[in-house]
Ligand binder design. Structure first.
Ligand code: NAD
Length: 437
């Protein structure tokens, strides 16, 4: 099949490369000429494990190419995916659909044959209707159908998620879209991935409902963790105790500094706005958003309290900046608010992240970027683990301590056991667990 992917970011590039790997002929388009030049030269603009090899393999096989020119490839395509960003709109919290609508207009002008236009971006209910209207208005003669096919991949495990999804959701209003969409995903049918065909609005809502539920689950365990600290219980055991119940499930029950990233914060907010517009408020999600917002700075207060209540003039080492491991994505990372709050309190920050420092630089001022976890710890009055990169799971604690001005480890991801840390002579503070003090 001839497929075009509009937008070659985290979702577009991974999806495009995986679809090429299925045997389809894929052209990835992006407006960002720098990104396309880099891809053409064999580089990868983002960090995603395995993506470099997958892209190189499919480019070499002649199935995957890159361009800034949308018109040529769209005119020949059977299926065109829109995978552009849908960030939070400035001012009101709704999803900013200008990139999606802009892409729809450009696609409309380029259509030459019957084509299925698919929103892969996360878009609010009704966006497919508007995309359809825009295409019809721009090019009244065009033969097309608009489908919704939300993406559920996770950064850091994106290729595996795309190739072995829990399910594929496709929303259609026009039966002519069904066969091409089945053909796109036929290799996955063979793997028995369930494919759920729904109406278009249902499909659009499934994506938001899924993300909102997961964000709520994280926020739930974070609040339980706070209660654990007050009553002397252990949140990890609570998680295990409830997660073994199949109705609840063990995933997304790790207490931490609050959810971040390019999806949960903006998608929960956009869903809240949609629900308010339709006069059907989602109070659970409104509360989730509010609780998570306050949590990040609360984590900074936790660090300050662990350091005796005053951090002015002290150096703090932050290990991990990205919103989760195995990505370089810094969008809405909790580290940003935590660092800013600690700087506001007068602390000096040394930070280390295996992949995120380049993206972090323009977002954070007055941070010293270290070469390693140990380099970051040099002279610090506390080491704070913010992101649970594997590289931080087995630190040489004796070495860490020898470099620090004061021996305190604040573990916002609960990746250490208190007894092991204390045995090395450090004080240890974590989330929702009995502390050493
Ligand atoms: P991104 O910012 O990494 O990539 C978007 C790309 O689209 C950019 O490179 C931009 O230059 C390009 N673009 C914008 N307008 C264009 C146009 N008219 N023509 C060509 N290119 C254009 O964003 P992302 O993280 O890949 O997210 C894309 C969508 O997928 C969003 O709606 C997001 O919510 C959704 N999503 C993201 C993830 C994730 O983990 N990142 C997971 C599931 C769904």
């Amino acid at each position: 099949m001839r497929i075009v992917m509009i937008g070659s970011g985290y979702v577009g590039l991974v999806s495009g490369a995986c679809l090429a790997d299925f045997g389809h002929d894929v052209v990835c388009v992006d407006k960002d000429a720098g990104k396309i030049d880099r891809l053409k030269a064999g580089g990868i603009p983002i960090y995603e494990p395995g993506l470099d090899d997958l892209v190189a393999k499919n480019v070499a096989a002649g199935r995957l190419s890159f361009t800034t020119d949308l018109a040529g490839p769209v005119g020949e395509a059977e299926v065109v995916f829109i995978g552009v960003g849908t960030p939070t709109r400035r001012g009101d919290g709704h999803a900013d659909l200008s990139y999606v609508y802009g892409a729809a207009r450009e696609i409309a002008a380029a259509l030459r044959r019957f084509t299925v236009v698919v929103t892969k971006s996360t878009v609010p209910v009704g966006t497919g209707d508007e995309v359809e209207r825009i295409i019809r208005e721009t090019n009244p003669a065009a033969e097309f159908a608009v489908a919704s096919n939300p993406e559920f991949l996770r950064e850091g495990a994106a290729i595996e998620d795309f190739k072995r999804p829990d399910r594929i959701v496709v929303g259609i209003e026009d039966e002519r879209a069904r066969a091409p969409m089945e053909q796109v995903y036929r290799p996955l049918y063979l793997n028995k991935a369930p494919v759920l065909f729904t109406r278009r609005r249902t499909s659009e809502l499934i994506k938001y409902a899924a993300n909102a539920f997961l964000a709520m689950k994280i926020t739930f365990i974070n609040e339980i963790a706070d209660l654990c600290e007050k009553v002397g219980a252990d949140v990890q055991e609570v998680s295990r105790g409830i997660g073994l119940d199949n109705r609840i499930g063990a995933k997304f029950l790790h207490a931490g500094p609050g959810y971040g990233g390019s999806c949960f914060p903006k998608d929960t907010l956009a869903l809240v706005k949609t629900a308010q517009d339709f006069d059907s408020p989602l109070r659970l999600i409104e509360t989730t958003v509010a609780v998570n917002d306050t949590r990040k700075r609360a984590m900074a207060r936790k660090v300050v309290a662990a350091m005796g209540g005053d951090v002015r003039g002290k150096t703090i080492a932050m290990l991990g900046l990205t919103f989760k491991p195995n990505t370089d994505d810094m969008r809405e990372a909790p580290s940003i608010s935590i660092i800013q709050a600690l700087q506001d309190a007068g602390a000096t920050i040394r930070a280390y992240d295996p992949e995120g420092m380049e993206a972090a630089r323009p977002m954070l001022e007055n941070v010293h970027y270290a070469r390693s976890a140990y380099d970051a710890a040099e002279g610090s009055a506390a080491v704070v683990i913010v992101t649970e990169w594997d590289a931080f799971r087995a630190l040489d604690l004796a070495r860490l301590k020898s470099l620090m001005a004061e021996p305190l480890l604040v573990d916002l991801r609960n990746i250490y056991r208190a007894e092991n840390v204390v045995a090395e002579g450090l004080r240890y503070v974590s989330i929702g667990r009995p502390q050493d003090e």
